[in-house]
Design a protein around this ligand. Structure first.
Ligand code: SF4
Length: 225
């Protein structure tokens, strides 16, 4: 099962600054200092797998013998027989720093920095998958990002990836959260049209939103309330 542990991440300070909405010079300066101290703590590791779809049911899909229940995932996998389940982390050191930092402003900066770094690592994986398997376009879904694909679905996802803890140091808690905290899991799939779970998520004021909510699309996926 492929493990990528040589991804170099040069933290994108402009992305951090934009997410923190920093305008004043002194705030930008202090955020830059936190970024510089956090950079050496980031140790990206990626585990992924090529998995094949055994069966497509009405609102479920069987992948590698494991059952995934989600109307949205099922629709997204309509035209493919092959997917790429993954777990990405920026490592234990950053997770510990985030957990033990008492200063609330620094913790907020670190949390944002962690999200930006994690996003950069996930994009590096996406580039790797596209280049390695000659895919023009991909999209991904993460368990827990939509009520239609709940967090409990981490269990079969981790089931596809074997011993994730030994491979890259990420474990699932009893409530299906991942440790270290700045880790993300999901399934990449080939697609012809762009897809972001955010298009189906009506949540307001989300700093991590990647695309506008699209009520018509939510209706097409059959999940509009
Ligand atoms: S809008 Fe925010 S909460 Fe909703 S799917 Fe996107 S990132 Fe997740």
């Amino acid at each position: 099962m492929p493990v990528l542990d040589d991804i170099a991440i040069d933290l994108d300070f402009d992305a951090v600054r934009r997410r923190l909405h920093l305008k004043r010079d002194e705030d930008i300066h202090s955020a830059r200092q936190v970024v510089e101290s956090a950079q050496p703590l980031i140790e990206p590791r990626v585990l992924y797998q090529i998995a094949y779809i055994d069966e497509k049911l009405a609102e479920e899909v069987i992948i590698g013998g494991l059952r995934f229940s989600s109307k949205v995932l099922r629709k997204n996998l309509d035209q493919t027989g092959r997917v790429f389940p993954f777990v990405v982390t920026i490592g234990e050191k950053f997770g510990e720093k985030l957990e033990t930092t008492a200063d609330l402003l620094e913790k907020y900066y670190l949390d944002t920095i962690g999200n930006v770094a994690l996003n950069q690592v996930r994009k590096a994986l996406n580039d790797h998958i596209k280049a390695t398997y000659a895919l023009k376009k991909t999209a991904f879904m993460a368990p827990g990002s939509l009520p239609n694909w709940p967090i409990e679905q981490q269990k079969p996802l981790f089931g596809l990836l074997g011993d994730v803890q030994s491979s890259i140091g990420v474990r699932l808690t009893d409530s299906f959260l991942m440790l270290p905290a700045k880790s993300v899991s999901g399934i990449y799939f080939p697609t012809e049209t762009s897809f972001f779970s955010c298009q189906l998520c009506p949540r307001e004021r989300c700093e991590s939103r990647k695309a506008k909510y699209n009520a018509k699309l939510a209706e097409e996926y059959g999940i509009k309330k």
